[in-house]
Write a protein that binds this ligand. Structure first.
Ligand code: IFM
Length: 661
């Protein structure tokens, strides 16, 4: 498997390299940064599913203290990749085993000193991460390495720790803190193969007496520990061995080989790598920007259910179960949210932090006025509940896991359907139920009526949910009755009647499904025209006054998403007509968009379009692409939904033919 390599140093790439060279193990993510970097260079050791909020700021995932700070000194001169004494510099990521390496050659007092460092987040153990520094010189030389656990860490909405303490005991340095809001106690503990001296505030020094041509090695074995967890003290070599073994297992279960196309092979390997480093190690889920930082508050979006889950279902079903369980476990929060807005059933969090909806009513900041903009993602993007139900049903389709369906799965699906039923409005004149005042996947058009994606999704999950209930009723009448008893009386018959009468927008004479009521009446301009109207590069295109709002230009695949989720419902001709119609209006302002078009392109036989969109999705983090700003809010990081979408395109698109019309 190819290694990702990059030679030379460019300060402008520091942030995007942090994403591109990310390592992780599903619980911890360590950005692709250098040992000598600090908070300013966005070093981060991100923890999945551990949240904290600072008063007046958004709650987000917590970054742990950084165990791998190190600067090598020759006298007072630091050996720093940004310095003038650098002869060569290279970083690499071994995607076959999740190891990040750097090799920098310095010119020091007439000697050539090579600094190598490798780092991995232990795939075999949730808390662990290791690093080995190797120094070699072509002359005898004494250097000093400043090492330590850096407590000055990068945060978007921090600082998250109060009561920060550092200490040293023998070879081990520890930094601990308690989070501000929820009071989690989190420690970063790091053991060194040589004891650091001169300890002060989490840092110490190790003297390196280099003998010509003889490597000097310093190992660091770190763990991030919550509450009363204990430091394991495992050796570097033992940790390395278990880590490599686990990566071998992961690739064995997930590699896809592509013949005669190195570029596509690497792009797909890289995408799968990004999914593997996020594979949850427990009943928690995956954030929209993975473990690359705190963007989007470290929250879980529909990205996981619709774009990533398929990979896990096919490759690592035990992780898929964790992802589905996460939603089942957060059903009480979804019920609360539905109730809060005045509905029944379960309205899932648009930005879920353990079920709590972290989405703000003002999720974008205007670049001109610097004022928060009222956005309606939280209260109107109701398709999230259909996405969750769809995921539960897909899990069942793949695994036949009756136990999980009786243990919360069926309840979740029916409650999501019930939510939509209570949200809907009965149009007496037209004799049908309608879903009014919603946002579909295209977030630039807020508060629209009868978004086709939303209506079809709810109809399908309702019909399939009822079938599931009937099947379970036959197999396990008592247990199923117990489940139904927890739900509103007569829920099945009410849902049946509702689903039969729910309005499903139909293709017009040209075969086009209108994205929402009135979409065709919006200004008919393409993406480039709308882009040319921007007055600021980071301006938000949607909301009440956005450049796209009154036009047909959409942020991301919307109607097209339907064809990927329900290909059997639409003929090839309809899919093609809609693909051709919507593509020129699609900005791909979301990383979820390219793969949706890629998948449909595969189905309609548009190989060229499919291949281009596949690469746009699979290479997004290799190219350092994707929007970095929504108004004044930073939204950069990795794009695991695009990685999942690339995987789907390879498997469901290029590699697999579904039964369809
Ligand atoms: O879930 C997406 C959404 O569809 C578009 N905005 C970004 C979110 C997180 O990726």
């Amino acid at each position: 498997m190819k290694t990702l390599r990059q030679s030379g140093f460019n300060a402008a790439d520091i942030v995007s390299d942090g994403n591109k060279f990310l390592t992780g193990n599903g619980w911890l993510g360590y950005r692709g940064t250098l040992d000598e970097y600090g908070a300013k260079e966005c070093v981060a050791l991100n923890i999945a599913g551990v949240y904290d909020g600072v008063k007046g700021k958004w709650r987000e995932t917590v970054n742990a203290f950084n165990p791998f700070f190190a600067v090598v000194y020759s006298g007072k001169t630091p050996l720093d990749a940004r310095g003038e004494n650098v002869c060569s510099h290279e970083i690499s990521l071994e995607i076959s085993n999740g190891t990040f390496s750097r090799k920098t050659v310095f010119s020091v007092d007439g000697a050539k000193v090579t600094l190598c460092a490798e780092r991995f987040v232990n795939a075999a153990r949730k808390n662990g991460l290791c690093s080995r520094i190797t120094l070699t010189s072509d002359k005898d030389l004494t250097l000093v390495i400043k090492v330590g656990v850096d407590t000055d860490i990068w945060d978007l909405n921090g600082p998250h720790f109060k009561e920060v303490h550092t200490s040293q005991c023998g070879n081990v340095i520890e930094a601990s803190g308690v989070t501000q809001e929820l009071g989690y106690s989190i420690r970063t503990v790091c053991g060194y193969s040589l004891p650091p001296e001169n300890f002060c505030n989490g840092f110490g020094t190790v003297e390196a007496n280099l003998k010509k041509g003889k490597p000097f090695v310093l190992d660091r074995v770190a763990e991030v520990l919550c509450g009363g967890e204990n430091y394991s003290g495992i050796s570097y070599d033992a940790a390395r061995a278990e880590h490599l073994k686990e990566w071998k297992r992961l690739w064995k279960l997930s590699r896809i080989e592509i013949s005669d196309d190195e570029r596509a092979q690497f792009a797909l390997d890289y995408s799968i790598y990004h999914l593997l480093i996020l594979a949850p190690k427990g009943e928690y889920s995956i954030a929209a920007r993975g473990l690359s930082g705190q963007t989007y508050k470290g929250a879980v979006f529909w990205d996981t259910e619709i774009f990533m889950l398929p990979f896990f279902l096919h490759s690592l079903p035990e992780c898929a179960k964790n992802l589905v369980r996460y939603r089942i476990n957060t059903l009480p929060e979804a019920r609360k949210k539905a109730k809060y807005y005045g509905y029944g059933g379960a309205f899932y969090a648009w930005e879920s932090q353990d079920g709590f909806d972290a989405c703000s009513d003002f999720n974008v900041q205007d670049v001109f006025t610097h004022r928060p903009v009222r956005t309606y993602f939280k209260d109107k993007q109701i398709h999230i509940s259909a996405d969750v139900a769809y995921a539960v049903l897909s899990y069942y389709e793949h695994t036949g896991d009756d136990g999980l369906m009786l243990g919360g799965g069926l309840e979740t699906v029916l409650e999501c359907a019930e939510f939509a039923r209570t949200y809907s409005y009965y149009n007496h004149i037209k004799g049908r139920y309608e879903l009014l005042d919603v946002i579909g996947p295209d977030e630039y058009h807020e508060r629209v009526n009868n978004n086709a994606f939303t209506n079809y999704m709810f109809r399908e999950i309702t019909v399939r949910g009822i079938k599931l209930a009937e099947k379970l009723q036959k197999k396990y009448p008592t247990e199923t009755e117990e489940v139904l008893k927890k739900l509103p009386d007569g829920i099945i018959s009410k849902l049946k009647e509702w689903a039969n009468k729910l309005y499903l927008p139909q293709p017009d004479g040209m075969g086009i499904i209108e994205q929402f009521d009135g979409y065709f009446k919006a200004e008919d301009v393409n993406v480039e025209e709308v882009r040319s109207r921007l007055k600021h590069p980071n301006e938000y295109w949607g909301g009440s006054g956005g450049v796209a709002t009154a036009t047909r230009v959409i942020k991301q695949a919307d109607v097209i998403m339907l064809f990927n989720l329900f290909p059997e419902l639409f003929s090839k001709e309809i899919q093609k007509a809609n693909y051709d119609f919507y593509l020129p209006y699609t900005e791909h302002g979301s990383s979820l968009s390219h793969c949706a078009y890629a998948l449909t392109a595969c189905r309609i036989g548009n190989a060229e379009g499919a291949y281009k969109a596949f690469l746009d999705s699979a290479e997004i983090d290799l190219r350092g692409g994707g929007k970095q700003w929504a108004g004044e809010i930073y939204i950069g990081g990795t794009h695991p939904a695009a990685s999942g979408g690339a995987w789907m395109t390879a498997v469901y698109g290029f590699g697999y033919k579904r039964k369809e019309n």
